[in-house]
Ligand binder design. Structure first.
Ligand code: UDP
Length: 374
């Protein structure tokens, strides 16, 4: 059979490999000049530093199968994401942990004291948080919320936290010890040769033809089945409306030596227009001293226009209604499957994207084995 995979990001690469290994011909198309989607990494031409072209990506997972899978395609070096944050003219550590709490409130509390202290600040009238703000007030109380979450979130999402879902904040841990690891997962790392190399290796199997600079819309060939990982509303020509996304603008800064001395510095105050600065050589500690210059990206978030790259699905009530309608249309579409962050319009981390693509691969393989693929 002959398949098309639209989009050469993580989902597309995993599915394409499965199809090819089942003995089929697969054309992978991507309108960008590179594979890897928003995980794409490349060497900065001026400094030689490996940069995460579309913003920082730190691989983390609790899923054993996903962790084993990615390691077949690249060497993942140990990396622990430790984030610093400027708030109120001072530098703090995130996620909120015992050091953050003690420094912020000028205390020397032990874990039990800090837990009781934060619990006393939390808004106990909120039982089932209905918004990001309610979740934050219930979790950490007003002062920490105002300092670290309110301004950053308003800049990141362009919406007041009273209108955002609580689930966005649930991504972040709150700790009463000095552990400042941003993630709770047991496996965490960054590929030595970058994410693009990992994705190239996934795609590097007989039966796959990758076409870059090629939009799915302009293909005239026919296929037995299409796996579409682009934006679901775009597939239907935005016929019933556009799903809202946030996009990012990056301002590149090159400096001699060091710029900020760490990989990620968040800027939580609302009067600073950007959300964070990433210094990319710090994402590769094994080689960071090889470079005489450093390159940083200052990150600005804004509402995505028609020609912008979609990053974060906004998923407010109107979007979810529109999405349901697109999903109904997708179900009626013969011989097309929708996958991934854009194909399903969800805020997916890399590991979840791979997990879902591997699950889809299992389904595909079973269908081939029973000759029931359609
Ligand atoms: N967030 C915040 N302040 C911070 C970091 C994060 O308010 O300093 C909020 C913000 O709304 C963000 C969400 O927490 O969208 C999830 O943060 P995460 O770091 O997971 O975002 P990502 O790295 O995916 O952009």
């Amino acid at each position: 059979m002959r398949f098309c995979v639209a989009g050469a990001g993580l989902s597309g690469a995993v599915i394409a490999r499965t199809l090819a290994q089942c003995g089929h011909d697969v054309i992978v198309v991507d309108e960008r000049s590179h594979v890897g989607g928003n995980c794409h990494t490349e060497r900065d031409p001026e400094t030689g530093v490996m940069v995460h072209r579309y913003g920082p990506h730190i691989f983390h997972t609790a899923d054993e199968r996903v962790w084993q899978y990615v390691q077949r395609f690249g060497t993942f070096r140990p990396y622990t994401n430790r984030v610093k944050a400027v708030a109120g003219g001072r530098v703090h550590v995130l996620p909120v942990n015992l050091l953050t709490i003690n420094q912020f409130f000028g205390k020397t509390m032990d874990p039990g004291e800090a837990r009781a202290f934060v619990a006393a600040k939390a808004d106990r009238s909120i039982v089932e948080p209905r918004s990001f703000e309610e979740q934050a007030l219930k979790m950490v109380g007003s002062e920490l919320y105002q300092a670290f979450f309110r301004g950053y979130t308003r800049k990141q999402w362009g919406i007041d936290p009273t209108e955002l879902p609580a689930s966005i904040l649930k991504r972040l841990p709150l700790r009463f010890d000095y552990d400042d690891n941003y993630f709770n997962h047991p496996y965490q790392g960054i590929p030595e040769d970058g994410y693009t190399s990992v994705i190239q290796n996934i795609l590097n199997v007989d039966g796959i033809e990758v076409r870059n600079n090629c939009s799915f819309e302009f293909l005239s060939e026919t296929f037995d089945h299409v796996f579409y990982t682009g934006p679901i509303d775009r597939y239907f020509g935005f016929r019933i409306g556009r799903l809202a996304y946030r996009t990012l603008d990056f301002e590149r800064i090159v400096a001699d030596g060091d710029f900020q001395g760490t990989a990620v510095m968040n800027y939580c105050d609302e009067d600073v227009p950007y959300t964070r600065i990433t210094e990319h050589k710090y994402f590769a500690p094994w080689e960071k001293d090889n470079f005489s210059k450093t390159v940083c990206f200052r990150e600005y978030s804004r509402s995505a226009g028609e020609n912008d790259i979609p990053y974060y699905p906004v998923r407010l009530v109107n979007d979810r209604i529109l999405l349901d309608n697109y999903i109904s249309m997708a179900r009626k579409e013969k011989n097309v499957s929708f996958l991934g962050r854009l194909g399903t319009y969800r805020y997916l981390d890399m590991d979840v994207t791979i997990k879902e693509a591997l699950h889809a691969s299992d389904v595909i393989e079973r269908a081939f084995q029973s000759s029931s693929f359609s």
